[in-house]
Design a protein. Structure first.
Length: 187
């Protein structure tokens, strides 16, 4: 009898553990990085694949926020900037996806948990509040993006990924200037 009860408890524990794990939603960027680590095995530098994953995550965020700016923004400047972000970062994301496929790099299919939280916070805002928050976010985000892309343009081992990153720096710099002007206009 004791063995049956112990076996039943063990089975119940295993089922609970499995159920908890199956309901756990994994971060899309973490999953992509894990898959890349497992399959690339030196074929492409780990730093290169991590840059590609981060660039894809950031690009998706720019597209989604750009679409949100067109819906939640009040000023035409914010709406126009959002449209530009959605278009430019959408195109860059398609280019990166094509490049990643040729390099066997897995990219995230959805926003990372961190980016999703930032998006959700921004989606709660409307009108002037949205405009100010979006403009500020775009300045900070593009300053960080430029640093990351310049680093990748210098340090990537894969020549194609290095060239892609280098080619995006002028566009990101232009976006930063636009974002600064938008931020000044929303004060």
């Amino acid at each position: 009898m004791k063995k049956i009860i112990m076996s039943a408890c063990l089975v119940a524990s295993m089922m609970t553990f499995t159920a908890c794990n199956s309901n756990k939603s994994e971060d899309s960027t973490e999953m992509a990085e894990e898959q890349n680590e497992a399959k690339l095995d030196g074929a492409i530098a780990e730093d290169d694949s991590e840059f590609a994953v981060a660039a894809a995550d950031g690009g998706m965020m720019e597209v989604k926020l750009g679409e949100l700016a067109q819906a939640n923004g009040m000023s035409q400047t914010v709406k126009d900037f959002g449209k530009t972000m959605a278009e430019d970062h959408g195109k860059a994301g398609q280019e990166l996806q094509g490049l990643a496929q040729t390099k066997n790099i897995t990219l995230p299919m959805s926003l990372s948990e961190e980016k999703q939280k930032e998006y959700d916070d921004m989606a709660k805002k409307k009108g002037k509040d949205f405009d100010k928050a979006y403009a500020s976010y775009m300045v900070d985000d593009h300053e960080e993006d430029i640093k990351e892309f310049e680093k990748a343009a210098k340090d990537c081992k894969d020549p194609d990924l290095k060239s892609w990153a280098e080619g995006k720096v002028p566009t990101l710099q232009h976006h930063l200037e636009m974002a600064k002007a938008m931020k000044d206009a929303t004060k």
